[in-house]
Design a protein around this ligand. Structure first.
Ligand code: GLN
Length: 531
């Protein structure tokens, strides 16, 4: 079986196309199908790796080290399949590939054009992913909104692909905003009609329309959309804003979306097994009470910058049975004087990853406050580096301790570039993707993972400097995780006697957390905060 589902967006961006696509993926997986997903992004960056978190939210890292769009995180969490470098394609990458081929003479003197060369590159990428994964169904989301100039080559490519693999093997889903006008107490279908017309002008006729709105869309409006957009009535699906994202697959299933998709694609009718997923949602609603955790970072104005961290905390809260409320703290505001007031109503502090100098001193102040006041602290990537710098400054007494990232000429760079990394420039020089880590016995980390060897994903340039390893250990810092050859420090902690949870990890455990498989370190951290 080789089927394709293309998901486009209409009217406005930020509609939750990704959640719709991911939820459909979960439903199809639970019908026994093998699913893969892809996101095609029309922007010109080669990948989102160098984009500011303020512009684009978090960069999601795959096992094989691709820096991808945050929607890929939704796919992994909903569908529970690891994605690869074939899961995200940008216009920048497409043009990069095409221009490289041109320079290498691969087009044999032809005039290189958007059609067919750019569109062929896009089609090849979609087909390659399906071949590599052996999936029954590829769900391909096109970023942006129909009508954007920059997304046209992608839409043209999927139109052609549908023709090539046969219309019966393809399905076009268009996700549109259906606004509600409070004054006249009405839903409006006109923007959807316009958007569908725009898509039809490009040769794509949507098979299913997913109507997004904050409230449930009444039957008469769905019928109107069906009539004017030329789709069967049961192919108009209402996607309402819900308090819990993980409920979306259930909402779509209640409207038989997975049945309709299988029918339209000619996929044999099997029953969807949703009991496990329903149980998960019932745990989510069964949580009682609330624990407040401070998230200290420099990109806190855009919560999407920390999307996987927020989701991993959520997943852990399902196990802990208590809601996690995040107190968003701009690290620039944390001083020794302000810290007691800021953290007085927090049960723990999480310090996620980040790049660059701004806000660093405030992060160190937050870490010091946690250590001195026995507040649970979880440092991730930059958060671990901050922990090490704080420990060096205030326990070892190396007052000028720092990371080479923030002080190139520094005397005590406890976080440094490794030999062989010196002299490198930005871009393409990071440790990315999955690496193994040896876990030391009788540590908090070992207790959490219950394993001697684990694997987690990385995205950083700097490392714990081995020059200070002995000194730090003698002063009480426990090195709980290293690379298998013991050359790289991957995790540090303080003894549980000093603090119930005081840990820093060089990797990003949040990327592997799934609602049905909460990440063990997050679970331990949230449990410590609940005590
Ligand atoms: N800026 C740090 C480094 O490059 C940490 C990166 C991160 O937190 N992802 O090593």
């Amino acid at each position: 079986m080789r089927k394709f589902i293309f998901v486009t967006g209409g009217v406005v961006s930020g509609l939750g196309k990704g959640i719709t696509a991911a939820s459909l993926g979960r439903l199809l997986k639970n019908r026994g199908l093998k699913i893969t997903s892809q996101k095609l992004d029309p922007y010109m960056n080669v990948d989102p790796g160098t984009m500011s978190p303020y512009q684009h939210g978090e960069v999601f890292v795959t096992e094989d080290g691709a820096e991808t769009d945050l929607d890929l995180g939704h796919y992994e969490r909903f569908i529970d399949e690891n994605l690869t470098k074939y899961s995200n394609l940008t216009s920048g990458r497409v043009y990069w590939n095409v221009l490289n081929k041109e320079r290498n003479g691969e087009y044999l003197g032809q005039t290189v054009q958007i059609i067919p060369h750019v569109t062929n590159e896009i089609k090849e990428f979609i087909l390659k992913n399906q071949n590599e994964t052996g999936a029954d169904v590829s769900i391909v989301e096109i970023g942006g909104t129909t009508g954007d100039i920059e997304s046209q080559p992608f839409l043209e490519a999927i139109r052609q692909l549908a023709l090539e693999v046969g219309r019966r093997n393809c399905l076009f889903i268009h996700v549109c905003l259906v606004p509600y006008i409070t004054g006249s107490d009405e839903f409006k279908s006109k923007p959807t009609q316009h958007s569908v017309r725009e898509l039809q002008g490009l040769g794509i006729h949507p098979d299913i329309i997913v109507a997004r709105s904050d409230k449930e869309i009444p039957k008469d409006i769905r019928e109107k959309i069906s009539l004017f957009c030329n789709v069967s009535p049961d192919c108009v699906i209402s996607n309402t804003t819900l308090p819990c994202l993980y409920e979306v697959p259930i909402m779509l299933h209640e409207q038989k979306m997975d049945d309709v998709v299988c029918r339209e694609l000619g996929i044999e009718d099997t029953k969807v097994r949703l009991a496990q997923w329903e149980k998960l949602v019932s745990y989510i609603y069964a949580r009682k009470g609330e624990v407040q955790i401070a998230l200290v970072g420099k990109y806190v104005k855009l919560h999407d910058s920390y999307l996987s961290i927020v989701e991993a905390l959520n997943h852990a809260s399902f196990v802990a049975g208590k809601n996690v409320k995040i107190k968003w703290i701009d690290s620039d505001t944390v001083t020794p004087e302000s810290a007691p007031k800021i953290f007085e109503d927090c049960a723990g502090i999480i310090l996620p990853g980040g790049f660059g100098m701004r806000g660093i001193e405030g992060m160190i102040n937050a870490c010091q406050y946690a250590r001195e006041n026995h507040l649970p602290y979880f440092g991730i990537c930059l958060g671990m580096q901050i922990l090490v710098i704080e420990f060096a400054r205030n326990v070892l007494g190396l007052k000028d301790a720092n990371s080479r990232e923030f002080n190139e000429e520094g005397k005590h760079c406890v976080i440094d570039l490794m030999e062989g990394q010196k002299g490198v420039k930005k871009g393409g020089t990071m440790r990315l993707g999955k690496y193994p880590c040896k876990v030391k016995k009788s540590t908090l980390m070992h207790k959490a993972y219950a394993s001697d060897l684990i694997e987690e994903r990385h995205r950083h340039r700097y490392e714990f400097s081995n020059e200070y390893r002995k000194q730090m250990e003698q002063a009480g810092l426990v090195i709980s995780g290293t690379s298998p050859d013991e050359l790289l420090v991957e995790a540090v902690e303080l003894s549980e006697k000093e603090n119930p949870f005081f840990m820093g990890v060089q990797f990003h455990p949040e990327f592997k957390s799934r609602p049905n498989k909460p990440q063990p370190l997050f679970v331990e951290f949230v449990k410590s905060c609940c005590k």
